[in-house]
Design a protein around this ligand. Structure first.
Ligand code: NAD
Length: 388
């Protein structure tokens, strides 16, 4: 297949592009490198060194003998987006290209507006490009499990059968997300579902859990093929951060009472799920939703897993929660669609954690411990935060 990976310079986009290329697909990546600019803005950076996207593509050619086509530009530029879709003519577009950190979207008004504009406009431009170029192009869109929030009922895969006053309907599962970033994903989902109804688009919305891990079969082939590993309080995802704190001998910082439960998956499952979604396209006019996560953990459970698996152990510290989140809540989600299409999950265990400790140990000299500390971004005071 011809597959275009939007956001192909990111934590997940780059390993996905290489994985798909390694499976024999013709792959293009599109990115505007804005993720690298957030690092400049925040004074942060990947723990594992990463080379430029141009160099990555060159290194992949050298190592694999395969070509990945590069489109450098902004998805919010409608002409560029159209040129990329019509120029590469993909069978599927995998859309990772969004601002994806909840804390970043909660810094202040400017960052909330940027996040929603970048994410919603980019997705709309993609929908229009596909609508005009060829409606059979399958859009595989990265959503998040965070769109659902923590409802007191089981989370279904995107849709809910409802009986109300004696009548029945199938409605989009109600969403109650916890940040302006997560809300941007909800807005995208609604726009995409509408596109399926009016233009007959084929869309798979992958509501992905929090991803952990840094290595895939392809990233380990050459240091230039490595993907980023974020550990700062804004972009670092929780398990990656706990593992780094353990290696550095720092307490694992758990927000609030630690009962907040979320859905998770291994980066090696992310790349496989994308392949499964591309190879089994949604029908024309179908807005299909998969919950792309394999396990659930509370923050406390995760911290204990890390503390127990790290040689010498680690201390766990509970800190004030800068976010507005519910604690001690019900959490159960359905995740059968991807498994039924062939996903064989990697479950979180000691081997993965030991592998991560090794990667972190190798680069520990690059850690800036200030970045691990609370970012000062507070959901409650964000309405009157001084502009940054
Ligand atoms: P990332 O920030 O590392 O990668 C996103 C990439 O998109 C970056 O390279 C960035 O430069 C690019 N991008 C952003 N806006 C763009 C634009 N307007 N035009 C062109 N390129 C643009 O993020 P990631 O962790 O790889 O996540 C990828 C996707 O998966 C995101 O949509 C995110 O919401 C979703 N997701 C990630 C996780 C996770 O744990 N990392 C969990 C659930 C969902």
């Amino acid at each position: 297949m011809r597959i275009m990976v939007l956001g192909g310079d990111g934590y997940l986009g780059w390993p996905t592009a290489m994985y798909l290329s390694a499976q024999g697909h013709d792959v293009a990546v599109l990115d505007n490198a804005v993720r690298r600019q957030y690092d400049e803005e925040l004074g942060s950076g990947s723990l594992v060194p990463i080379v430029s996207l141009h160099e990555r593509v060159r290194a992949w050619r050298e190592v694999s003998g395969r070509e990945i086509e590069l489109w450098f530009g902004d998805l919010c530029d409608a002409d560029f987006c159209y040129a990329a879709v019509s120029g590469f003519r993909p069978d599927a577009v995998v859309h990772f290209a969004e601002q994806r950190a909840a804390p970043y979207s909660m810094i202040d008004r400017k960052h909330a507006v940027y996040t929603q504009t970048n994410n919603v406009v980019g997705t709309l431009n993609l929908m229009y490009a596909v609508g005009e170029v060829d409606r059979d192009i399958h859009i595989v869109k990265l959503g998040t499990m965070g769109e659902y929030g923590q409802p007191n009922i089981d989370i279904e895969e995107g849709w809910l059968e409802v009986e109300h006053k004696g009548r029945k309907d199938r409605v989009l599962f109600p969403k109650k997300p916890g940040s302006f970033y997560h809300l941007s994903k909800v807005h995208d989902s609604h726009n995409l579902e509408f596109g399926c109804r009016i233009w007959g688009l084929r869309v798979t919305d992958l509501n992905q859990g929090v991803v952990y891990g840094q290595e895939t079969e392809q990233t380990v082939l050459d240091p230039r093929l490595a993907t980023r590993l974020d550990y700062d309080a804004v972009f670092g995802t929780v398990l990656n951060r706990f593992a780094i704190q353990a290696v550095l001998g720092l307490p694992l910082s758990v927000y609030g009472n630690g009962t907040q439960t979320r859905a998770y998956l291994d980066i090696r499952d992310t790349v496989r799920c994308i392949e499964i979604a591309c190879e089994n396209p949604a029908d024309a006019g179908e807005f299909r939703v998969f919950n792309q996560a394999t396990e659930q953990f509370s923050l406390d459970e995760l911290a204990k897993l890390v503390a127990n698996s790290f040689p010498g152990g680690a201390e766990i510290e509970h800190v004030d929660n800068p976010r507005v989140e519910i604690e001690d809540h019900y959490y159960k989600f359905v995740h059968t669609a991807l498994e039924s299409l062939g996903l064989q999950p990697h479950y979180l265990g000691d081997t993965l954690l030991e592998q991560m400790y090794g990667v972190i140990e190798q680069h520990r000299g690059r850690v800036n411990t200030d970045l691990l500390a609370a970012s000062g971004i507070n959901w409650r005071t964000s309405a009157n935060a001084a502009p940054r």
